[in-house]
Ligand binder design. Sequence first.
Ligand SMILES: [Zn+2]
Length: 348
Amino acid sequence: VLDQRAYESCGAESVLEPCFEHLSVVRFTEFELNPKIEDVECGVRLCKDFKPDIVIALGGGTAIDLAKMIGTFSVQDDAPRKIALGQAFIKKSGPPLIAIPTTAGTGSEATHFAVVYVDGEKYSCAHSTLLPDYAVVDPELTSSLPKEITAATGLDAFCQAIESIWAVGATDQSIIWATEAAKLAWGNLVTVTQSPTAESRAAMSHAAHLAGKAINVTKTTAPHALSYHLTSHYGTPHGIAVAMMLSPILAFNSEVTDDDCVDPRGATHVQNRIQTTCKILDSANVAQACEKIERLISQLDCPASLTEIGVVGYEATWQMIESVNLERMLNNPRRTSSASLLKLFTNE
Ligand SMILES: [Zn+2]
């Protein structure tokens, strides 16, 4: 499962083609950005005909998520659409998967999740067998990425790390991975976008992979839950859509009390995680941390506010709030409601 453009430009082609020479290989390259169920169905048909011994995914999160679903869904009795919609379950393991990320972003090579859009709505498949068997994380493969993609995918890694730190599902181990990932991303995102060096590329690849390992344990939280609507309805790249939700939700979560705390460890535990977040961002308090996050997004030449992408007025804001993924929302440390989110985004 190849992102053809990435394959040709990232340097992998010249390494992998000689390996493929004496093998029987079928390539699946005809797919759009952000996995669609139609693309999964297409790949599954190909996979059923060819019956590969192994699947290789090369590209960003889209190629890797597609490869996870194609290999696994191709051996199930139920149709891909039914599985994606949660009407049928994964019962068998597909062929082994080698994931080779060409972006430093989703960390999909380290997770057992796959995102798929069905009729414009985002669904998330989760199963232990979706976790790739091998991952080849080579920062050199990210060196030909255009600036915009480096910025957007790097922001995704950064947000996934921060969200993982305060997630209800966080464990001592996941917090260690997420904290390290957040520090690396915070320290390198501007450099890797504006004037990339081998060191900053390596740091971002490491950050993305660690953030992937962390969310594989914790799952993401409110910024991700709110972001999918912005990607599917406004075409905002995933990482940017998540990033513009990060500072409002940091401010929101910092006001957690025992009355609205979802984390069974209590509000003090969550407050400690918020303090960890501020410390990573070299900030004395939450207001300063929020300001720094917004400045970071602007420094990467990405839109930092809903207004900039066209989400203006009560109706548009309400639609975003109504579209949230409730499962991810339940993983947010402070309980949210439509009313509290409306207040947060409209100051009403
Ligand atoms: Zn993400």
